[in-house]
Design a protein. Sequence first.
Length: 453
Amino acid sequence: MSNKYQDRIDAFMESMKAKGAHEEEFLQAVEEVAETIIPFIAENPKYEEHNILERIVEPERTIIFRVPWTDDEGKARVNRGYRVEFNSAIGPYKGGLRFHPSVNLSILKFLGFEQIFKNSLTTLPMGGGKGGSDFDPKGKSDNEVMRFCQSFMTELSKHIGPNTDVPAGDIGVGGREIGYMFGQYKRIRNEFTGVLTGKGQNWGGSLIRPEATGYGAIYFVQNMLERIGDNIRGKSVIISGSGNVAQFAIEKILQLGGKVLSVSDSSGYVFAPEGIHSEHLDYIKELKNVKRGRISELGDAYPDMKFFEGERSWNVPTSADIAVPCATQNELNGEDAKKLVEKGVKIVGEGANMPSTPEAIEVFEQNKILFAPGKAANAGGVATSGLEMSQNSLRLSWSREEVDDRLKTIMADIHDQCVKFGRDEHGHVDYIKGANLAGFVKVADAMIDQGIV
Ligand code: NDP
Ligand code: 2IT
């Protein structure tokens, strides 16, 4: 991106690299924010006076701990646990826990940093945080996962609480893991409280929380389309991933009359020329959430579909209108972005966090693709976590319709904020700029109000 403030952006990034050049994902997330925030700060000197940018990139607290557990053979195993408590200017730290072998401090700092802006955009009072472990739930028995979760929570429980830090799920952490961790927290603290979100519906969870990230991402895409006088009906959509976010993005696309061309996991993707229908979606949910199998089995079960081993969804051999990446960071690079443009894709909504590389984003910008970054498009998950916290505090449960209506309203509100801060004089919306500025202003003003803390 050419920018009259490029020298300042470069100098700032050099100072960041001097502190941690190996934290690649974190630097990537910071640079994307700095590119839009530094010009804004230059024109709004109060943020500069208070050194907000330099302060906001430093986590308030980072906790790293040993997680010992015993496998089914009775052997002692150990993993590393983390919680990055990034920013509490507008509310308790809030953000998911990721269990995946790739987890390290850089990945959790990038996720925690993104979470600050995302949570601010939701309009709810939540600060930013993220945590997790390099534990790999794949291939582990339920009992092994339980023992790991209990050990992880034994240490984490010292640092979290309903008014301090409220974790939730992310990659590798779903209803099963939240249940085991909630049980252990309650046992240690002798306190039944909304310390985690994504809980089961019989014990304090909110209706629609499992659906919320995927549904919210598609509501956001629908808002983008409506602004240009269009909608999802009849559009074909490329999806990556087949976990929580992908499943409910697919469900909402089907409800709104769109066609889903693909799903994937880390072993490859499945192309569905005739579209993925609700029967196939039921199969995917059972496969991924209960049997914990591989997506290739979908290709085996339905002969009209084809599994492409080792390839990503961006290779689908057909034209498409929309892409919604729902797997993981940096899963869509510059070459992939060019392929999407050639296929006719006009809109990209990030269900995952930072799935598009900077090179991919540049391709989208050059081709005037409407691109919604994860911190805006996938904020429905944490927003509904915020609604779960409210219901826990009130000690009551809202109906499905009530939560879904609130989710829709929040996504529309986030979309409006992006348009307000990101629209240029020709009416084109830069959703990255819009999301960064709108998210930043609220947190930065709160930091100024609260002094140097
Ligand atoms: P799940 O664990 O339910 O699913 C993750 C999916 O992504 C699986 O299909 C998985 O495949 C695939 N995947 C994970 N890592 C990789 C990798 N390194 N390479 C290729 N594929 C990979 O996670 P979620 O659906 O909850 O999360 C997906 C994304 O959405 C993440 O970026 C997460 O941060 C983000 N997100 C999640 C929210 C939530 O509420 N859950 C909220 C907002 C954002 P496999 O099974 O082979 O590992
Ligand atoms: O990335 C995210 O926003 C999440 N994983 C959800 C966090 C939450 O607290 O619900």
